[in-house]
Design a protein around this ligand. Structure first.
Ligand code: SF4
Length: 373
């Protein structure tokens, strides 16, 4: 069952095309995990996260600055190459400057039937953030209703909230299994699970998750390995995770928008459905672009590291990613205080796995020596 997540991840476009053909409904691409997918699901639309493909490309130069993060450029390249030609619409919730440029450029050069820019407050800690976002979600819902030509009822929203919460709860149960001395799944398998949930119908994903949980409870992997956390910018670089785990280590947890940041908290149902959804996005583990004035993200990462008993932390940054770069010195300092060594690596569209391998080997060697003395 667990293999299904990888299959979905690798064949995401075929999946979406087939879903559209079978259901005769719309598919929307979204650029940031702050997009309130519950509203789209309630409208009968399939939300698909737009991610890159990790291939070298030279198509985005006229459209996006070369010093914008490689992830953003890779996403735009997918649109320019026609890989997402099945999308009926695109949307973004206000995020960092780089990914906003991808959205704007896509909107301009790859026209689709519907496009919506959702103003998500950057200062989520402000008391005004909740009423502001609730109002914006009302406007978004109205706009989606206008697009599909149908009202989204409270019952539709309740059902979508329930399906999304179930998905979050099940993925959290899988993550709980990673606390074991010998976790039954690898870090790369966990990544396939979370990223595929950003691309496929959540009800189908929930069914496979339920089966996976049963399977994992009876599954034994060979060997423990150094327990690691991976922290940083957007990352769905499965080749990197595979390389690290092939050296005998294991990722047991993460702070990524392709990992825990996507699903860690649930919508607490309330009479005002949109306010309940807004509250969930305001209170979720934050992206650094939203985490100020108080840096709540850093104690959260340290708690995860303690809860999952990690020995070392790999901190990655997409080249030129300012929001994450700003956090890195403080994160390294806090890891140091609790005695967890860190390794910093800068990612590009294609990751030089060979060069990184040497650095990761040295890092793991250092962790192993610490075990000896
Ligand atoms: S990786 Fe950084 S710069 Fe790129 S989209 Fe994410 S937050 Fe923005």
């Amino acid at each position: 069952m667990i293999e299904m997540f990888q299959e979905w991840y690798e064949n995401r476009h075929q999946y979406a095309k087939e879903w559209k053909r079978k259901n005769g409904r719309k598919v929307i691409g979204y650029f940031c995990t702050y997009v309130p997918e519950e509203i789209l699901h309630a409208a009968g639309i399939l939300p698909v996260r737009i991610l890159g493909s990790h291939e070298p490309q030279d198509m985005t130069e006229p459209h996006i600055f070369g010093m914008f993060c490689p992830f953003c450029r890779d996403c735009l390249a997918q649109g320019l190459k026609g890989r997402f030609d099945y999308l009926d619409g695109i949307t973004i919730a206000q995020s960092c400057l780089h990914i906003r440029q991808t959205f704007t450029s896509w909107d301009l050069h790859i026209p689709v039937e519907y496009s919506y820019y959702l103003p998500m407050p950057n200062r989520v800690q402000s008391q005004r953030a909740l009423p502001y976002l609730t109002g914006e979600l009302e406007a978004f819902k109205k706009s989606v209703e206008g697009w599909i030509g149908k009202k989204i009822s409270d019952a539709d929203l309740d059902r979508a909230i329930d399906i999304y919460n179930t998905n979050r709860r099940l993925m959290k149960e899988v993550y709980d299994l990673r606390k074991d001395d010998n976790p039954p799944l690898s870090g790369v398998e966990a990544m396939y699970m979370v990223v595929s949930s950003q691309m496929v119908d959540k009800e189908e994903h929930n069914m496979i998750l339920q089966e996976t949980l049963k399977e994992l409870k009876g599954r034994k992997r060979n060997g423990g390995g150094e327990r690691l956390i991976i922290v940083g910018s957007e990352d769905d670089d499965t080749e990197f995770l595979k390389m690290v785990e092939s050296l005998g280590a294991i990722f047991v947890v993460d702070d990524h928008c392709t990992g825990t940041r996507y699903f860690w908290n649930e919508v607490m149902p309330g009479n005002n459905r949109l306010e309940a959804i807004a509250k969930r996005y305001i209170e979720r583990p934050p992206c650094p672009s939203k985490d100020w004035e108080v840096r709540t993200r850093i104690p959260h990462i340290i708690n995860l590291a303690k809860e999952y008993r990690v020995k070392g932390a790999i901190i990655i940054q997409q080249k030129f990613c300012d929001p994450h770069e700003l956090d890195i010195p403080a994160i390294e300092k806090e890891f140091k205080k609790v005695g967890i060594p860190t390794l910093f690596l800068e990612f590009d569209v294609t990751v030089p796995v060979g060069q990184f391998k040497v650095r990761v080997e040295a890092f793991l060697e250092m962790l192993r020596q610490e075990d000896l003395f």
